[in-house]
Design a protein around this ligand. Structure first.
Ligand code: FAD
Length: 384
């Protein structure tokens, strides 16, 4: 198949080679150990910063590379290609874009260079034990006391929860309101009194990624850390960033499906049954042809979304389509692919087993696929 993404160019191809080498040298050899400890080594972030892999689409004045989103897309694709889910770089970059998009000049200058170098790891805490999809119902409370916010609450399932140094907290500054009472407050977590990290959670897949509970007990955060400097802007800020976040998941989904297909093609041409290669059975050929077609459709759509984002035109409904359809296809394709491996597909030493376990959560986080469909339906109702 000779398809080439229309947003790729020679510089991006060179960058892709470097990312591939970085993953081969600094990530793949450690994956098994990271699965065991349930987090990557903290030093990975510093190495990635030094290699220019953090904040690629952030202006140079804030420590970034001054490039554009296509560079982030390349990293996401290469992570998926290598089956790397332990490094929650996507979440870190989401945090970066909240700071870049809404931070005051002082906040940007204070935090972005550290996020670009890996000195700080970013996380965002929306989900609580009592609420996930219904974000407006968050109960974490921030009360203004002089120059500080006193924050109390609990968050769960937080990616980079163990390593985060900079945490965006979705909280209520006005508990009498729903969405209008939400603010985003940024906590610098190192040595912060009242900030507690809970357990690292045991997951079905993505085992090497740190996912933790977080607790805030009379935690005092300077008032100057209110993102953008104005209260009650949080819900609007969240809604505006969602297209980017959802596209990030969609990009990983299609790239993972492509990778699963590549592994499968290689297996079915070698594995023999009844005296011939699995690839010679009509069922294998037809299934692979169907999957290749669907993945190609997904690729073309994702490329369209990437191009739309690059020109600032990716809308929320289209991004939701990328997230739900991409992850749905990822799960279907990976499941079908695994079947061709027979019993070996169930063994974690085979990449396809890992692809299978890692895929399932893609339909859940970043807004569940049911919520994506709800958003698409709403956009249809409001269409002229
Ligand atoms: C590995 C992992 C990493 C995560 N990382 C983060 C993170 O970094 N930060 C963070 O804040 N959160 C994170 N999350 C949380 C994730 O975003 C939530 O799990 C997700 O939004 C769903 O919320 P919930 O689990 O409370 O499910 P619920 O909201 O309780 O949903 C349960 C079910 O009900 C369905 N449902 C709910 N409302 C509706 C509706 N209106 N219409 C139809 N169906 C509905 C859902 O689709 C789902 O199937 C992570 C989760 C996981 C598993």
């Amino acid at each position: 198949m000779s398809y080439q993404s229309p947003w790729m160019d020679a510089d991006l191809a060179l960058f892709r080679d470097n990312v591939r080498k970085f993953i081969a040298n600094e990530i793949t050899p450690h994956e098994e150990r990271w699965d065991g400890q349930q987090h990557v080594d903290r030093g990975l972030w510093n190495k990635a910063g030094a290699a220019g892999l953090l904040c690629t689409d952030v202006p140079e004045q804030y420590g970034g590379s001054g490039a554009h989103f296509a560079y982030e897309a390349v990293i996401l694709e290469e992570q998926a290609r290598a089956g790397n889910t332990s490094w929650a770089k996507g979440v870190h970059e989401i945090v970066v874009h909240y700071i870049l998009g809404y931070g005051t000049e002082e906040q940007k200058a204070r935090w972005l260079p550290k996020l670009a170098s890996g000195e700080m790891v970013g996380a965002i805490a929306m989900t609580e034990p009592g609420t996930g999809s219904d974000l407006q119902a968050v109960r974490t409370r921030a009360e203004r006391e002089g120059d500080f916010f006193r924050i109390n609450g609990a968050k769960t399932f937080i990616s980079n929860g163990l390593h985060c140094d900079l945490l965006i907290i979705v909280c209520k500054t006005d508990p009498g309101e729903t969405g209008k009472g939400i603010s985003l407050i940024v906590a610098e977590t190192r040595n912060l009194k009242g900030f507690k990290r809970g357990r690292l959670l045991h997951k079905l897949g993505q085992k090497g990624q740190d996912t933790a509970e977080l607790f805030f007990e009379d935690m005092l955060v300077p008032a100057e850390n209110l993102l953008g400097g104005r209260e009650s802007q949080g819900f609007v800020q969240l809604m505006k960033q969602l297209p980017r976040e959802r596209l990030i998941i969609g990009i990983g989904a299609i790239a993972a499906a492509e990778a699963a297909l590549r592994h499968t093609l290689s297996y079915v041409t070698q594995r023999k049954a009844f005296g011939k290669a699995l690839m010679e059975f009509q069922n294998t050929r037809f299934k692979l042809a169907e999957m290749q077609t669907e993945v190609m459709i997904g690729r073309v759509f994702i490329d369209h979304c990437i191009q739309q984002l690059l020109v600032g035109k990716l809308d929320a409904a289209t991004a939701s389509m990328a997230k739900w359809w991409g992850t749905q296809k990822q799960c279907e394709v990976v499941d079908e692919c695994l079947q061709f491996f027979g019993g070996y597909g169930y063994m974690l030493e085979y990449p396809i087993a890992r692809f299978y376990a890692d895929a399932r959560v893609q339909k859940i986080y970043g807004g569940t696929n049911e919520i994506m469909k709800e958003l698409i339906a709403r956009s249809m109702e409001s269409a002229p």
